[in-house]
Write a protein that binds this ligand. Structure first.
Ligand SMILES: NC(=O)c1ccc[n+]([C@@H]2O[C@H](COP(=O)([O-])OP(=O)(O)OC[C@H]3O[C@@H](n4cnc5c(N)ncnc54)[C@H](OP(=O)(O)O)[C@@H]3O)[C@@H](O)[C@H]2O)c1
Length: 269
């Protein structure tokens, strides 16, 4: 698996798996937890090592158990989780500390590779104390890297101004419906890695037909072309599938390179 180097020197896989519907009834985000993590087991079997979960997915514990039960060394994985921007979790410094401690316990691990603030925290004092606690967990080695999610340029600037440890990643939506190019360009200028959520979402049939046409040139499918486009421009992707074959094919991105002409076509989808 190819990686991208974060500002703190840590290597982050360019492709990971989302988990937001894993362990849930009907593979639905709001479905009841059913402890069926076979989709994650299959993803790990297929070769995924970057695993993206969040407290709001309610499945940290199942994700942690599945990783631990895989028998694969912990160090081979890159585990991401996220703290909700909700007072229960970020209202006070103590709440943030407790939340991170719970994540470590749920994920059955001594350290978390990447801990993100899931959504913008509009109250700057709360944003600042949340960040300071995250920094203290980097100091004590229980978190390797810290970052944010769904932050716009202004909010990134706010964090950059007060941060003692700079954000390494901003996880944002990026797909043909919403590329989010402005924030991605800003991040690339400031050594913050962009990680695309929903990389295969919100693609119209017409766009799929165009991508399929490009894909024919490489013996690939539309999803592989879309994911390749992102990683080729240095954007990490975390596609999620409940289907074994699609999980595997979404990893087969490293044996071809999109031409400039095809990149332009994808940009103009
Ligand atoms: N930070 C945030 O606010 C935020 C928000 C949303 C998501 N996320 C994270 O990002 C991850 C990915 O986003 P997502 O799960 O919403 O969407 P996604 O990865 O874009 O996947 C959307 C759908 O695409 C299908 N799919 C996957 N591979 C395919 C392929 N090769 N061909 C055709 N269809 C394919 C899957 O259905 P099948 O199961 O049928 O294959 C899946 O339901 C999430 O799981 C979560 O970890 C973060």
């Amino acid at each position: 698996m190819e990686t991208i180097t974060l500002a703190n020197g840590l290597e982050m896989p360019l492709v990971g798996t989302g988990t937001n519907t894993y362990g849930k009834e009907g593979n639905q985000y709001n479905g009841e937890l059913n402890e069926d993590f076979s989709a994650l087991e299959n993803a790990i079997q297929a070769g995924y090592r970057l695993i993206d979960t969040a407290i709001s997915y309610r499945n940290e514990a199942g994700v942690g158990k599945t990783i631990a039960d895989s028998g694969i060394p912990r160090d081979d994985f890159f585990i991401t989780t996220k703290i909700p921007a909700d007072d229960t979790y970020i209202g006070t410094k103590e709440a943030v500390e407790q939340t991170i401690t719970n994540s470590l316990e749920n994920l059955e691990t001594d350290y978390i590779d990447l801990y993100l603030i899931h959504h913008p925290i509009e109250d700057e004092a709360k944003l600042k104390h949340t960040w300071e606690v995250l920094e203290s967990f980097v100091d004590n080695g229980k978190i390797k890297s810290i970052g944010v999610s769904n932050f716009d340029i202004d909010l990134l600037k706010t964090v950059q101004q007060f941060a003692r440890i700079q954000p390494t990643v901003n996880q944002i939506q990026s797909n043909p419906h919403t590329w989010n190019n402005e924030v991605i360009e800003y991040m690339q200028q400031h050594d913050i890695v962009a990680e695309a959520w929903g990389p295969l979402s919100r693609v119209t049939d017409e766009q799929i037909a165009k991508l399929d046409k490009i894909a024919e040139n490489y013996g690939k499918n539309w999803a592989q072309v879309l994911l390749r486009y992102q990683i080729q421009r240095g954007v990490v992707v975390i596609p999620k599938s409940h289907n074994n074959e699609r999980q595997s094919s979404n990893l087969e991105l490293f044996d071809f390179e999109l031409s400039d002409e095809h990149v332009i076509l994808i940009e103009s989808l």
